[in-house]
Design a binder for this molecule. Structure first.
Ligand SMILES: [Zn+2]
Length: 250
């Protein structure tokens, strides 16, 4: 029997856009003892939670910034992008009364210039939409840039391969080939989190509550959460921010 120390592994989740259905999601997360970071803009093209609801959500979960108006940074003039980034940190902090250390650019659209702005605004980390990664956040300057593992949505093979090719992410391609087969995201999630348990790293599940609802994924989500819950003794469930500001938890 092996007496070797198991590699460090963690489970984290994140949920974008602050749609009112986030409250349903929050209840399911709480029921399954899972940690989460909700990236919430003040306004979006879709309905968003009220400031009071965001404050209530922040009692149990981390709130990250997602710009003020859910704008795509790459379609904004630099000054506007800068303002959206800086103001969103202050907005989250004013609403929650807590420091806001995480930022997520809408639709994963950002450039090096925006990374610099996110760093200058004082964020510790940025969550991207990179899929099929189990890597710890990567340092760029003082910023921790955080990939994800699985989105709660079944993309076609070509979408996964584009996501991987855009980043020339060979490690992600390897994980996709080994664990990504089939079009059921819950099956891929189980295989990938099992891989993290054995090999270490971060299993990061993310999504949008409005999208889960639109594609009737609530039952699948419930089963994925139950699977993750029984692993949290070995893979602690922590927020995105706790992974990017290690001194706060470990
Ligand atoms: Zn978004």
């Amino acid at each position: 029997m092996s007496t070797g120390k198991l590699p460090s592994a963690f489970i984290t989740t994140s949920w974008d856009d602050g749609h009112p259905l986030d409250l349903r999601l929050a209840q399911m997360l709480a029921d399954n003892d899972l940690a989460a970071t909700f990236y919430i803009p003040r306004k979006s093209q879709k309905e968003t939670l009220s400031a009071e609801q965001v404050r209530e959500l922040s009692a149990r979960f981390e709130i990250g910034a997602h710009t003020m108006n859910h704008v795509y940074l790459d379609s904004c003039p630099p000054e506007k992008a800068r303002q959206e980034i800086f103001d969103s940190k202050k907005w989250v902090e004013d609403v929650t009364g807590k420091s806001c250390t995480m930022f997520c650019p809408p639709a994963g659209k950002f450039s090096r210039l925006h990374l610099k702005m996110i760093e200058e605004a004082g964020f510790a980390g940025e969550r991207t939409v990179e899929l099929f990664s189990t890597a710890l956040p990567r340092r760029i300057g003082t910023l921790h840039v955080m990939p994800t593992s699985i989105q709660t949505h079944s993309h076609g093979t070509s979408a996964y391969l584009r996501n991987i090719a855009r980043r020339r992410a060979l490690a992600n391609l390897w994980l996709y080939i080994r664990f990504g087969a089939g079009d059921d995201w819950t099956a891929a999630a189980q295989r990938l989190v099992d891989h993290c348990k054995d090999s270490g790293g971060v299993f990061h599940l993310w999504g949008h509550s409005w999208e889960i609802d639109r594609h009737e994924q609530w039952q699948r989500l419930e089963s994925a959460f139950r699977y993750l819950k029984q692993l949290t003794m070995q893979l602690p469930a922590i927020t995105n921010g706790q992974l990017c500001v290690p001194s706060s938890t470990r």
